[in-house]
Each structure stands twice: as C-alpha cells, then as structure tokens.
Design a protein around this ligand. Structure first.
Ligand SMILES: Cc1ncc(COP(=O)(O)O)c(C=O)c1O
Length: 437
C-alpha cells in the first residue's frame, strides 16, 4: 500500500475525521485511492508521499491558493519576514500597511481587524455587529464557517442549513440557548429575508451573505437586502472569504453589484495559503469592537499580513481574475458538452473561478468516485469541482479537458453496463457531513 494511503489510517486514529477541514477528507473524493497527503506543492503541481506528481485541477487548497502553490513572490516576502522574527512583544507594522491598503481598495471601509481563518473572522464580524446594535439575531445566506452563531440556525429546525452549501450540519455542542438567534434566507429570495425582518427586525443585528456563489445576483436583490439592513439598523456583512480577489483586486461586491456593505470579511485568497483573515468595515460599526472583547495571541504574528501584502501586490500586477473568467467559462461549457455527448444531463455552475458540475444519476456519488479514479490514472487531481489558480496555464486546461473527455467516455461505458460500483478501486464519494464516519 502506498505511504499516502497508509498514513490516512494512522491520521484517522489520531485526528478525529483525519483532517481539520471537511473538504480535504479523502472520503469526499474516493477513500482508498485519493492520496490525501502531500510532500510538496509548487505552481499547479502536487507531489504525494510516494513522489507521484499530479496536476491539481481539484480544490486548489480549497480556494486559498489563488496564485498557485508556493508562489515565489509571496514566499520571498514571507521568508524575509521570518528572518526578521515573526512575533515578539511589539506589533508588526505590516498590519497597519495592510489595513491602509484594504481601505484604499474598499473606499467605503475605514477600519480593519484581523484573524487567521475565515470562520473565526465571520464570528468576529457577527460579534461586532451584535455589540454595535445591542441585538442578538443574525440572518444569513450561504456558508459561513463552523462557529456557534452559525450552526445555531440548525437548533431550531434540523434542515435550516440545507441549501447553504453543506446540508445537515449537526449543531451538537452548540448551546441550546442560542436557538432563535440565527435564521437563513436563500440567495435571490428577498421575500425570505423580508419574512425574517417582519418577525425579528427589531432584534436583527446582522445580515450576513456572500456577494455571489452559485448564481449571479438577480437585478435588485442586493439592493433590497441593503434596504432591509437600513430599515432595521442591522449591519450588512459581505462574506468575501471565497469570492474575494476572484473578480477583481478586493471584494466581488466592488464590481458585481456595487452595493456598499457595513463590513466585509476576507481570508483564503488574501494569504494564498498563509493564514490571514481580515474584517473591514465602516468606523461607526467597527468601533464597537472596543465595547466587547476580541483578542488572540496569534492574530498578531507577522507572516499573515506580510503574505497578504505580497498577494495584493501580485493580484494588482497579474489580474488573475481575467484568466479565471476565460478558463472557468471554457471548463463549464466543456463539462456540459461532454455530458451531452456521453448521455449525462450535466449542470455546471458556480463562479467562473470555482466552477462545479453534477449530473442526474441516482448513484452520482459512485460516478463521481469513478471520475476521480479515471483522472488520477492520468496524473490529475480532480473532482466535480475545479478551483482555478493563476498558476494554471491554457495547456493545463487542454490536458485536463482531454482527460475529462476520456473519463466521461469511461463513465458512459459504466452507465451502459450498469456496473459503476464494480469499476471502483476505492469507495464511492460521500456528499455531506451526515454521511461521514
Ligand atoms: C463563504 C465562506 N465563508 C466562510 C468560510 C469559512 O472559512 P474557513 O474555512 O477559513 O474557516 C468559507 C470556507 O469555505 C467560505 O467559503
């Protein structure tokens, strides 16, 4: 058995769930064949523990590594910072420089607080909104991390988080006292937010949403959300953890709908794999951070802000979003065409930079695992989603789509023979939290 597969058994013994991130669990792809661990990553290439080289067309560090792995410019800046000491008794000046830059790029924002992960930064933003308004209730649309404020939505009604990227997230361990503090609405359904406002408007502290995810905003939707925030006095928080830097330098809200939020939250692309998150906001709201206690030792270290400064410089110079639009649209179109050629009714959606596909087959998860397997055989890490990086070239996409074409044809053979499960060398993929062991 290969080392990459073997270590997974030991990893599962020592680390509940094997990894700290649901999306990096091998069972999300195909347990038994997905390499799971890496020894080295550079550009768009990854090497597993057995020295096998892959072109990574899968989750791109789950959307964190927008430039590509081990980007030279970012790594050089970080290495210099490390040589100067990453932590001491004083603060690093990079965090002020980064705050200035983030506020320059988002002229509606005046102040910034930092964390190191997206979910924790969202918790900070919601805490600030609650401190600012003196109210408890949050309305949200989309996935916003693992924290209590968010999972409490499922205390009321088990299915409240369905349709928000990860269905069935269990709220075990979340205090029952939080029930009734968090309500979901769906993207492009202003009526659903309206119903929350009608019932809880006077207690509403925050409206939290991604500026875009699977679908583009319908005309007037974001404006209606802004209006409801204004009418109730709730803070509008744009979660740019995934969308940020994928449409322009900064938040997608800057170009997609131009509605100004009260706060916006960044992570992932802000550090290209280095841990950094930022909550930016209007001074009138952000000052409420002083009324509560938000403080943590490692939020002051130097690597994160240094990486973020280097990343923002690189985004300004390289404009990767132009490449993402071109390559992402090409990939979506090709998936649908391949599906049609091979008898699968394939839907492709998502931001151009992070497209995904599905097709209507009762055992889709077995087909997904077979797709993963066929792509691994071609030396490509792939799934039914493809997070693009600036390191991807047109030639990489040519190679990827040629392999997709072969894989779809094998999938079609399996469909015809009705034996997709028998063809799997690993396990079928799992879809969600509920089904993981
Ligand atoms: C929109 C959005 N918000 C929040 C998060 C949570 O971020 P993190 O995984 O860094 O905690 C994610 C992660 O996928 C996300 O996509």
């Amino acid at each position: 058995m290969s080392q990459s597969i073997q270590l997974q058994t030991q990893g599962r013994k020592r680390i509940p769930g094997m990894t700290q991130l649901l999306s990096k669990r091998p069972d999300m792809f195909s347990l038994g064949i997905w390499p799971g661990y890496y020894s080295k990553a550079k550009g768009a290439k990854v090497w597993d523990l057995d020295g096998r080289e892959y072109l990574d067309m899968s989750i791109g560090g789950i959307g964190a590594c927008v430039l590509g792995y081990a980007d030279d410019e970012v790594d050089d800046a970080v290495t210099r910072a490390i040589r100067g000491g990453v932590a001491c008794s004083l603060n690093c000046p990079e965090e002020v420089e980064l705050a200035d830059l983030l506020c320059d790029v988002h002229p509606w924002a005046d102040m910034v607080r930092y964390a190191r992960g997206g979910g924790e930064a969202l918790s900070i933003a919601v805490r600030i909104a609650r401190a600012h308004t003196g109210r408890d209730v949050a309305a949200f649309c989309g996935y916003h991390g693992w924290s209590d404020w968010y999972l409490s939505a499922n205390l009321a009604e088990d299915s409240a988080l369905d349709g928000h990227l990860i269905p069935g997230l269990a709220p075990s361990g979340v205090p029952r006292g939080l029930q009734g503090t968090c309500y979901p609405f769906r993207y492009n359904h202003p009526d659903e937010l309206h119903a929350i406002v009608a019932k809880h408007g006077k207690q509403l502290a925050a409206i939290v949403m991604e500026p875009v995810r699977s679908e583009m905003p319908a005309p007037g939707f974001i404006e209606a959300v802004r209006q409801m925030a204004d009418d109730t006095g709730a803070a509008l928080i744009m979660d740019e953890v995934s969308s940020g830097f994928r449409y322009c330098l900064g938040g997608a809200h800057l170009v997609l709908h131009k509605v100004q939020p009260d706060m916006a939250v960044f992570s992932k692309a802000l550090g290209n794999g280095y841990a950094i998150a930022a909550v930016i906001g209007k001074a009138s709201v952000m000052q409420a951070a002083q009324k509560t206690f938000i403080s943590s030792t490692n939020w002051t270290e130097r690597v994160g802000p240094t990486a973020a400064l280097a990343c923002m410089k690189a985004y300004a110079q390289r404009n990767p979003h132009e490449k993402f639009a071109r390559l992402g649209q090409r990939i979506k179109k090709s998936w649908v065409e391949l599906g049609a050629t091979h008898g699968f009714a394939t839907h492709a959606e998502g931001m151009d930079a992070m497209p995904h596909f599905a097709f209507d087959e009762p055992d889709f998860l077995a087909f997904k695992a077979y797709f993963v397997q066929c792509m691994l055989e071609e030396g490509i890490l792939a799934s039914n989603l493809c997070y693009l990086m600036d390191a991807h070239t047109d030639a990489d996409v040519d190679r990827y789509l040629a392999a997709c074409s072969q894989a779809f044809s094998k999938l079609a053979e399996a469909k015809k023979a009705g034996d997709v499960l028998a063809r799997l060398n690993g396990a079928p993929a799992v879809s969600g939290f509920k089904r993981l062991t």
